[in-house]
Design a binder for this molecule. Structure first.
Ligand code: SAM
Ligand code: SF4
Length: 341
């Protein structure tokens, strides 16, 4: 994985049945994590078998296959991407494609290890990262993430800033958990020069708590924020599901991701590859195509072509999330840590 190698002659671009071009890959490098956020996974999480996890070389090969088919943006995710040993080598290999085949290489992290990696990420060509932060209260963080690591996270965010990385914060809005703190989180983020996006909790995988208890529709949060600030709608789109406003008083940007209360699938440009090489065409659907078999088998290029054609034929028109009523089972058995959000 040393030097930049130009891609093979272009393969057929990824276009689905609804004429949506797939230009964005979320690549999960591991489903493991050093935190146990209670809305994401149970304390005793069953992780994917190690033997099934793609090697870094296979992940790189997979990424090349996507780039050859028109993917211009890759977000590394997980689980926690920075807990995978040597993952910085993958970042460096992919970073060589930035400015050639890729417009952007980025990652989503919980930032516990960001202080260690921020300089290397910036040197490898990463310019922006997303950091998940649900509270600024140490005791609350320790309860919510089941690990007392808020100080590491804050040190990671500071290191990212010092390394010149733009940081966007992601906050899952949770009724009765961090609901009271959301205005302060927004004020803190903007005071530090970071954009922040609020996310509705999604019913993915079993966790100990009942998600229905913590589900907080963002239109209610928005009304609360409007009592304090002037929210000016901003037409900017990330190519993703977030809707943005500018907060007039802070000068910062605030996003809302509302999978439950608003549908955003018409412009979907993304797919997700798990660390075991399963390609999910929709976060809110079961459909998957096995790329690992194609990557590990004979006649790789033909097998990849066939797998991608199947995937494009199966990508669904829209997600079908719905919060089950009290005590209801999650709509999808898969945890968010498998596909990386
Ligand atoms: N570990 C990294 C992190 O936390 O940023 C990357 C993976 S994590 C699965 C990606 C994002 O998904 C995080 O922002 C996390 O808060 C969010 N997330 C996890 N489970 C979720 C759920 N059930 N509903 C909504 N967001 C969730
Ligand atoms: Fe880990 Fe991210 Fe899930 Fe939290 S949200 S448990 S940091 S994968």
């Amino acid at each position: 994985m040393n030097l930049y190698q130009p891609l093979e002659p272009a393969a057929a671009p990824l276009i689905d049945r609804f004429a949506r071009s797939i230009t964005y890959l979320r690549l999960s490098v591991t489903d493991r994590c050093d935190l146990r956020c209670s809305y994401c996974m149970p304390e005793r999480m069953t992780f994917l078998p190690r033997a099934e996890v793609l090697t870094l070389e296979e992940l790189y090969l997979a990424a090349r296959a996507f780039m050859a088919r028109g993917v211009r943006k890759i977000r590394l995710t997980g689980g926690e991407p920075l807990v995978r040993r040597d993952m910085i080598d993958l970042v460096r290999a992919l970073g060589r494609h930035v400015g050639h085949d890729l417009d952007e290489l980025t990652l989503t992290t919980n930032a516990t290890r960001l202080a260690e990696f921020a300089d290397d990420l910036a040197a490898a060509g990463v310019r922006r990262i997303n950091v998940s932060l649900d509270t600024l209260d140490r005791a609350r963080f320790a309860t919510l993430a089941r690990r007392d690591m808020l100080d590491d996270v804050l040190a990671g965010i500071a290191a990212a800033r010092a390394a010149g990385l733009a940081v966007k914060l992601n906050t899952v809005a949770l009724k009765g958990v961090n609901e009271d703190e959301i205005p302060d989180l927004v004020a803190w983020a903007h005071g530090q020069g970071h954009a922040i996006t609020l996310i509705e909790v999604m019913p993915l995988g079993d966790v100990e708590a009942d998600r229905f208890d913590h589900y907080l529709p963002l239109d209610a949060v928005r009304r609360t924020l409007e009592q304090r600030w002037t929210l000016v709608p901003n037409a900017a789109r990330s190519g993703g599901p977030a809707r943005y406003v500018d907060v007039a008083e802070t000068g910062g940007r605030l996003g809302f991701i509302t999978p439950l209360t608003g549908n955003f699938c018409a412009g979907c440009n993304r797919v997700r590859l798990t660390a075991t090489g399963q390609l999910f065409m929709c976060l809110g659907g079961e459909g998957q195509v096995d790329l690992r078999a194609a990557l590990r088998g004979d006649n790789r290029e033909a097998a990849l072509d066939a797998a991608f054609a199947r995937a494009m034929g199966e990508k669904q028109e829209r997600h079908d999330f719905a919060i089950a009523g009290p005590g209801g089972k999650p709509r999808l058995a898969r945890h968010m840590s498998v596909t990386g959000g």
